[in-house]
Design a protein around this ligand. Structure first.
Ligand SMILES: Cc1cc2nc3c(=O)[nH]c(=O)nc-3n(C[C@H](O)[C@H](O)[C@H](O)COP(=O)(O)O)c2cc1C
Ligand SMILES: [Fe+2]
Ligand SMILES: [Fe+2]
Length: 396
């Protein structure tokens, strides 16, 4: 069956969708699935760029053979050794014993470590050129986007950047291949942000470095390892990457994440959201016991102001909130304004615990003092919610 898509006459997408995956990287929900992209260049020589996750082996191998149309495979360019792109590397080499792997030294060492055997490889450095005939591939290292060994490949003939994990998105392709075949901004931007922030968000400086190197290239197309190929409006997506990698909020607005067992802390979070909306401030809310962290982290990147409201729980911060805040700290988010709310029925300590974790973030400013209450906030203290809302509104 032909499940391939042509990018042009001699570059073919031979990847596959997985709509059955519960957790990407064993952590992230992917309710709309994910694609693992692989690209085949057909020239005097043939070259496959990366392979795919174990889960989609069969359809991938069928796609490769279909697109090769009986030709031999000369090169397998390995850009990234994370197994969602390399699990099927050996399967390809077994079918094509003539094939030579093209990779940098770090990748070569990782192939040996993962696969327990050395492969026949051409080791390349930055700026080296692989001549395929009409197409000429050059290589640019992109360390920590999103592992240390990563390199990206640029086809100087067609202006195609094979960008590894950079510029990817969650979501199965479902027959579409190009970002201009869907309403990306409406239907996929949230998933692209969630992918970026969670997968490479920690490595903003390294993404900036790759963007710098890429700006020197005449890029006409971007082919990432997940999600859509970009051939139009590339600046739109590059600009998003520039914002995200600089930890710049996309929206002046508030994300409220709350932890509440019996609803009293949630009530205060709701009241605060009402006051903010009344003032025309954009506000989104997450119950940390319901929203999986990746959605909250994506909104923490998106919004300028973050409010965390938590019950005290067994002498500390509520467990889901504590995990979330550690996760936020691990993603190096910075430059946010943060307000805290705590509840405790006998000895409230949640705000102290939250402050300790969040203090490790760079350029963070706390708005007002933590709003602290016992069990439930009475009507007599409603003015304190209004006052906190006022302080947030003033700082937006
Ligand atoms: C399992 C459990 C452990 C708690 N541990 C503490 C605690 O150590 N110190 C404290 O002041 N309150 C503690 N609380 C009370 C909560 O902080 C909070 O006041 C109460 O759950 C009401 O808020 P809520 O309706 O938002 O859940 C605990 C509550 C639960 C359910
Ligand atoms: Fe990766
Ligand atoms: Fe990946």
């Amino acid at each position: 069956m032909n499940c391939t898509r042509k990018i042009d006459d001699d570059i073919i997408w031979v990847g596959a969708d997985n709509r059955r995956l519960k957790l990407f990287e064993a952590v992230y929900n992917v309710p709309r699935g994910v694609s693992y992209n692989s690209y085949l260049l057909l020239d005097d020589k043939t070259a496959l760029i990366d392979t795919v996750d174990r889960a989609v082996t069969d359809i991938f191998l069928e796609n490769v053979e279909y697109a090769l149309g009986g030709r031999t495979l000369d090169y397998l360019v390995v850009q990234h050794m994370e197994p969602d792109h390399s699990a099927t590397l050996v399967d390809v080499l077994i079918r094509h014993p003539e094939c030579e792997v093209v990779c940098n030294k770090k990748i070569f060492d990782m192939i040996t470590a993962f696969k327990g055997a050395e492969v026949k490889a051409k080791i390349v450095k930055d700026g080296d050129v692989l001549e395929l005939g009409r197409h000429k591939l050059t290589f640019v290292s992109a360390p920590m986007v999103h592992w240390p060994e990563v390199m990206v490949s640029f086809d100087m003939t067609s202006g195609t950047l094979f960008s590894a994990d950079a510029f990817g998105t969650f979501g199965a392709l479902s027959g579409a291949l190009f970002a201009d075949e869907v309403d990306f901004d409406r239907d996929y931007l949230d998933e692209a942000r969630r992918y970026y922030c969670n997968i490479v968000g920690k490595y903003g400086a390294q993404v900036r470095s790759l963007l710098g190197k890429a700006s020197a290239l005449n890029i006409k197309r971007i082919c990432p390892l997940h999600g859509f190929v970009w051939r139009e409006n590339i600046d739109y997506y590059v600009n998003k990457y520039t914002l995200w990698s600089g930890y710049e909020p996309e929206e002046r607005g508030v994300m409220i994440a709350y932890a509440s067992v019996y609803g009293n802390t949630e009530n205060v979070a709701n009241a605060l959201a009402c006051r903010l909306r009344e003032a025309g401030i954009k506000c989104v809310m997450h119950d940390v016991s319901v929203s999986e962290h990746s959605w909250i982290i994506a909104d923490a990147f998106k919004y300028s102001h973050l409010v965390f409201a938590s019950v005290t729980y067994n002498g500390g911060v509520f467990v889901n909130m504590e995990n979330l805040l550690h996760d936020i700290a691990a993603h190096s988010i910075r430059g946010r304004k943060i307000a805290l709310i705590e509840n405790g029925s006998w000895a409230a300590v949640a705000a102290k615990g939250m402050t300790e974790i969040l203090s490790s973030l760079k350029d963070v400013e706390f708005v007002g003092n933590p709003l602290s209450f016992k069990s439930a906030l009475g009507a007599d203290r409603e003015a304190e919610v209004d006052a906190l809302a006022e302080q947030i509104i003033k700082s937006i």
